[in-house]
Design a protein around this ligand. Structure first.
Ligand code: PDD
Length: 283
């Protein structure tokens, strides 16, 4: 077993020894943001895009960015270099820091910065080849889902509802329109075109959304960003989810019924291959 070294407020130490005070606002209020960045063969994947989103999330909740770009990059690369796994994902979290409990921002607090690298296991062959099951659920989260906030209770409850139903992910709907999964973006294929919902405050704009735009453009697969009705999802030829840790995975059962043919379809296969090629190419 590899000892996991984490970085807490600039100090590198074994995971088991890392401690955060109970008055940390991340613990008390979920007052913080995070990122999840994959690294393949020791090279960060789409790091500039992840760093940009980290900075957007910090600015959105008015936490001063504790590091400049070079310091973030050095921190993350050092962490990856400390672990033997060829493929890793780095979890970064910044909270507003430690302060006496009061909802309003403390006059003075130093952000808590936590970073942890973990092994990035490949998506299990059964899921890659057969797809995953999902359930549909109402989206009961707040209206700033574009911020990668650590306040994830809505996402946690949605994922658990999926697990309780024997599924791996949920597809959430707000006012009859598709939003996203509990920890993934959702893509709908109809007649060869990939559709995804608008990248507004109702969803987290995945770094894979930008990547899939590029892969679709390169592969000649039409891609459209527009509101997607629940009925269109239910009538999809193919459904897919994407995230840093899942890459792109076909959803082949929804609410117990097969999606399209019930097997991962041609658009999924094309995008999966293109994704692997992008990894090989380093971005
Ligand atoms: N989650 N939407 C939500 C709600 C997410 O939590 C995620 C990723 C995504 C996809 O974003 P990206 O392509 O940048 O990974 C969309 C990460 C992996 C997590 O919470 O672990």
């Amino acid at each position: 077993m590899t000892t996991q070294t984490v970085c807490l407020n600039g100090e590198f130490l074994p995971l088991e020894e890392a401690r955060v005070p109970v008055l940390d606002r991340g613990f008390i209020f979920g007052d913080g943001i995070y990122e999840v960045v994959p690294s393949y063969g020791g090279r960060l994947f789409r790091w500039p895009q992840h760093l940009a989103r980290l900075k957007r999330s910090l600015a959105a909740i008015r936490i001063a960015n504790p590091h400049d770009d070079d310091a973030w990059t050095a921190l993350v690369n050092r962490l990856i270099g400390l672990h033997p796994w060829p493929d890793q994902f780095v979890y970064l979290q910044v909270t507003r820091g430690v302060a006496r409990r009061d909802h309003a921002f403390p006059a003075q607090a130093t952000p808590t910065v936590f970073a942890m690298a973990s092994e990035l296991a490949p998506v299990p062959a059964a899921q890659r080849e057969g797809g995953i099951a999902a359930v549909s659920l109402p989206d009961e989260r707040w209206l700033h889902c574009d911020i990668k906030s650590v306040s994830l209770l809505g996402n946690v409850l949605a994922r658990q509802a999926a697990v309780d139903a024997g599924a791996a992910e949920c597809l959430m709907f707000r006012d009859g329109f598709l939003t996203e999964g509990s920890s993934s973006n959702v893509w709908v294929v109809r007649n060869g075109t990939v559709f995804g919902p608008p990248r507004d405050h109702r969803i987290l704009e995945g770094i894979r959304a930008g990547l899939l735009d590029e892969l679709c453009a390169r592969g000649g697969i039409p891609m459209q960003t527009r509101p997607v009705l629940r009925e269109e999802v239910l009538a999809a030829d193919e459904l897919m989810v994407s995230s840093a840790t899942k890459e792109v995975v076909a959803v082949t059962r929804l609410d117990g019924r097969p999606v399209g043919s019930g097997r991962p379809g041609p658009v999924y296969h094309a995008l999966y291959q293109a994704y692997q090629a992008a990894k090989q190419a380093g971005g």
